[in-house]
Design a protein around this ligand. Structure first.
Ligand code: ANZ
Length: 923
């Protein structure tokens, strides 16, 4: 019987679906194991072979864990709110729901063909109102809580109201920094405030709050954009101008959790590089805040700056404000106003990330005002420059050009003085940024090392009351509203201008129908077009939630996806607890993976989830790059010359569809059909074929190097696709998709199939396994087990290949040897495994089998190959047990047929046995 993968794969996919074999139970005597993939956004283009890489890896692990006796939860769903469906809706008028539905159907079909072991009964879709009910519900909880820094925990807003009623603002627990600078009020003040005023105060504390923030605003698109939707001052989609604008937006107080997000990372089994990315993003920085007296000639103020180098205060030669800083207005002198305004206009066009990246171009403008150095009492000029960011520290800095490279570049550009503060440092070409050396030019700090000077300087400024120690985090609160249609509506309405939560029984608040998916003429978001977008006559919020809203707690919903009364039932959460293994791309390091951890911590504070971290172990799969192919057209002709001959002519290199190239040889007929302009093309061949050039590039439609997994499944089958993707190289590395090796993997599966067949008949015998067979089997068991545990799947595939070759050579047909190997391969190539398993006589799916037990003894050599010599001449070899005595060896050798042959009836004069080495017979 041939290896008919088409029939086999269809049959088993149907069997798995019909029998719901991958359905996970929320209760079991087995230990639990939760394997999660980052769910996809169902785009119109469908899956390409790069997408399933991580899914295959997690599927192998899930199947392996089932064989190891775990109750495995392995769910899948769709992150189905998002921009592309909405853009398509704007262009075509088709409701994004329809597009989304179609795309999901396509994704599902593609995934089913690859044989994933998902429990589809748990599927979630973020755009489904039964799902987003819970996204809205969590938002309401965040709205109803504040973060108490003194106990590092979220608490109910009603408890804060109680504090205000008893102690006024004095009662705010120490350490709640973001409320600093807010007005102080007594108990009687609080009581005298009207409802609006009280609501405004409470808004400053809520974990989900509405507040002013600087955003990327695109007027043409009528929306705020995320940083990655903006490039060089214009929107990625449409190329419209984007400016930095202060706007009132819903935000999540992620910053409150900065320290916990940092600290709890230690316990996670994540790669160091990913942890570093999060650490840098959170950006903890220990330093000091310091007051500088500033004046614009009329008014005098105290301006606070943040520095990590309080020791350098004697070297401050100017101050710099962020363009958005509130000080800009106060400190710009009338004669400088025009110049400053022109500068601001330019600077505001850039996103923060772009401003930070532009290290070479130095821009700035002088305000005309001065600050007094609190220690030297010298006046220094106050400038404005985009290298100072508004959202970090206080948005104002003291500049020390001798010891900070950005300040140095600025001072050189604008000719400002540079005072060295470290003995012997060379600042002729660049600043001396290292925190080492002996201080000079620094008053009371002179003679100290930098390490001593930093705390000494902070102590001093604290003593004289102009500063204090301060920890800063770079992590910002997340802007949570978008002026878009295709997202979760906020369960908030405005009662006389006061943001009021919808009561829980009104959830889900469903997306309303609108006539168009565009902003209104007045510039309001699309939801403002909906009729009756009100509650009790009060207007509902018109922005929607961003992409990361629905993906922040989806891992919890999978545990209990149909629960109508809770996000997740407490008992069920206590069973599944957290994700044991999460596989996905590093691009989510500072987005989704921060937000999810934050949501989880918030829900943990509320006592709704039992683990403080959601994803115990995380593996980042590498990217699959495209491998492009090229053809070479001789200039001004329709003639194409093969790669090896192209240098003879003046040619143009043209991308050609990789799907009509096989092992770098062009399918000429396919090429002619590919594009009408090539239908009459001529070809100059080499060795009878047209060879294409190749290069590794991003996998993208425009490079014609996108490979659809469906095509691979058609030609080779899903088992080949799965094994081949894993064979490409280490999981965590990026690597090009190169179909050249796929035939080899397919041939291996055919050979594997043949190992179980004799003259086309499935054959397993009850023969006892030989030591050699057992050695091959147990070496393989050990290898596969350790490889899977280490996600080293590519080496597993090589091990299978070696074992199958060896067993084929041995003509093995023993059930004892071959049956366990079906189980071993079933995680990788589940279809062929199921088929062989059923041919072997099993009625149940192979997922109920047990992973074979590794017995080390079988892999240890316990025989010796003895060369047997006669009168010093080697005649034959005998395999004998290592443990035999000299006498026993002598006896066995002399009694053997081979020995009789070489003795030819002669008498043995002497026999020399060197145990473990040789036998020599003298005759
Ligand atoms: C004086 C100084 C002297 C500084 C020196 C550094 C070296 P990290 O470690 O990233 O926290 N800074 C403060 N606020 C800023 C802002 N909003 N935008 C840009 N830069 C800002 O860096 C803190 C240092 O970055 C601070 O210490 C400040 O410059 C600058 F030899 O103050 B420093």
């Amino acid at each position: 019987m041939e290896y008919n993968f088409k029939e086999i794969e269809k049959k088993w996919q149907q069997y798995w679906a019909d029998n719901k074999v991958f359905k996970a139970e929320n209760k079991s005597d087995k230990p639990k194991y939760y394997v999660l993939d980052m769910f996809p956004y169902p785009s119109g283009a469908g899956l390409h072979v790069g997408h399933p890489l991580g899914y295959i890896a997690s599927d192998i692990y899930s199947r392996y864990k089932r064989l190891k006796g775990f109750n495995v939860l392995h769910p899948m769903g769709y992150d189905s709110f998002g921009l592309p469906a909405e853009q398509y809706a704007i262009q075509t008028g088709q409701h994004p729901e329809i597009t989304t539905e179609q795309n999901i159907a396509r994704y599902r079909q593609q995934m089913d063909r690859i044989g994933f072991s998902y429990d589809w009964s748990r599927e979630v879709r973020t755009s489904d109102s039964a799902y987003y009910k819970w996204t809205q519900w969590v938002f309401l909880q965040m709205f109803d809580h504040w973060y108490d820094k003194s106990i590092e925990k979220a608490r109910l807003i009603s408890e804060l109201v109680e504090i205000f009623e008893k102690e006024g603002s004095e009662g705010i627990p120490f350490g709640n920094e973001w409320t600093e600078g807010y007005e102080k009020f007594s108990v009687s003040d609080w009581k005298s405030f009207n409802e609006k005023k009280q609501a405004d105060i409470l808004m400053n504390f809520r974990i989900a709050y509405q507040g002013e923030t600087s955003v990327n605003w695109c007027a043409e698109l009528g929306t705020v954009l995320a940083n990655d939707e903006v490039k060089e001052g214009v929107s990625v989609r449409g190329g419209y101008t984007v400016i930095q604008k202060k706007m009132k937006q819903w935000q999540l107080r992620v910053s409150a959790y900065a320290e916990r997000l940092l600290k709890d990372m230690n316990e996670l089994q994540w790669s160091d590089s990913l942890k570093d990315m999060q650490k840098n993003w959170i950006g903890k920085s220990q330093g000091a805040e310091m007051l500088f007296k500033v004046s614009n000639g009329h008014d005098n103020y105290d301006m606070t700056i943040f520095t990590t180098r309080a020791d350098t205060v004697f070297g401050v030669t100017f101050m710099v404000l962020a363009p958005e800083s509130e000080w800009v207005d106060k400190l710009t002198r009338p004669e400088k106003r025009k110049e400053v305004d022109a500068y601001l206009k330019k600077a505001m066009r850039k996103t923060e990330r772009e401003r930070m990246a532009e290290t070479r171009k130095i821009t700035g403008v002088f305000t005309g005002s001065y600050a007094k150095n609190p220690l030297t009492k010298k006046d220094v000029p106050i400038w404005i420059s985009e290298y100072v960011l508004s959202g970090y520290g206080t948005g104002a800095i003291m500049a020390v050009p001798a010891h900070d490279s950005r300040d140095y570049a600025f001072a050189k550009t604008f000719n400002l003085p540079i005072i060295p503060l470290i003995e012997g440092c060379d600042i002729s070409k660049e600043s001396f940024d290292a925190k080492s050396g002996i201080m000079c030019n620094s008053g009371f700090l002179n003679g100290m090392t930098v390490k001593e000077a930093i705390p000494a300087a902070i102590k001093k400024v604290q003593e004289i009351g102009i500063g204090r120690r301060k920890i800063n985090y770079r992590l910002r609160d997340a802007v949570f509203s978008r002026q878009r249609y295709w997202g979760e509506p906020f369960p908030i309405y405005f009662k006389d201008g006061i943001a009021t939560p919808l009561s829980e029984d009104k959830l889900p608040l469903k997306l309303p129908k609108v006539d168009k998916f565009l902003p209104t003429a007045a510039g309001e978001p699309p939801l403002a077009r909906a009729e009756h977008w009100t509650i009790d006559g009060y207007p509902l919020e018109t922005s929607t939630m961003p992409g990361f809203a629905g993906s922040s707690a989806y891992y919890l919903r999978y545990m209990d996806p149909h629960n109508e009364n809770a996000l997740v039932d407490k008992k069920i959460d206590e069973y599944w607890r957290d994700v044991d293994l999460y596989i996905g791309g590093t691009e989510h390091a500072t987005g989704h993976l921060i937000y999810s951890r934050f949501w989880n911590k918030f829900l943990f504070d509320m006592g709704l989830v039992c683990e403080k971290e959601p994803f115990k172990k995380l593996v980042n799969q590498g990217m699959i790059q495209g491998r492009s192919n090229f053809v070479y057209r001789i200039k001004d002709t329709n003639k194409f010359v093969s790669y090896g001959l192209k240098d003879k002519y003046d040619t143009t290199e043209i991308h050609c569809d990789v799907n009509i190239v096989h092992e770098d040889c062009l399918d000429i007929e396919g090429f002619k059909k590919w594009r009408t302009e090539y239908k009459d093309a001529e070809f100059e061949l080499e060795d009878g074929v047209y060879k294409c050039g190749h290069a590794v590039e991003k996998m993208s439609k425009s490079m014609f190097n996108v490979v659809n997994p469906d095509n691979i499944c058609d030609t080779y089958g899903a088992d080949t696709l799965r094994m081949y993707e894993m064979f490409l190289g280490p999981l965590e590395q990026s690597k090009p998709w190169n179909t050249n090796g796929i035939d080899g993997v397919h041939r291996f599966l055919k050979k594997f199939w043949r190992l179980y067949h004799k003259e086309d008949v499935f054959t397993l015998t009850d023969k006892k396994a030989t030591p050699a067979e057992l050695k091959i089997l147990h070496t393989l068991i050990n290898k596969i087990q350790t490889d899977i545990e280490n996600f080293s799947y590519n080496t597993s595939i090589s091990a299978f290949m070696i074992a199958v070759n060896e067993l084929t050579d041995l003509k093995t047909d023993s059930r004892e040897v071959l049956e366990p190997i079906i189980i071993l391969i079933s995680s990788f190539a589940p279809h062929i495994a199921e088929e062989l398993w059923s041919l072997a006589g099993y009625k149940n799916s192979i997922i109920y089998a047990k992973f074979p037990k590794y017995v080390k003894e079988y892999t240890i050599e316990n025989t010796v190959e003895y060369p047997i010599s006669f009168n010093g001449k080697k005649r034959f070899v005998m395999t004998l047990s290592k443990d035999l005595s000299k006498d026993e060896i002598q006896k066995i050798v002399l009694l053997s047929d081979d020995a009789a042959k070489y003795l030819e009836g002669k008498a043995v004069k002497k026999i020399i046995v060197v145990p473990g080495r040789i036998v020599n017979i003298v005759c």
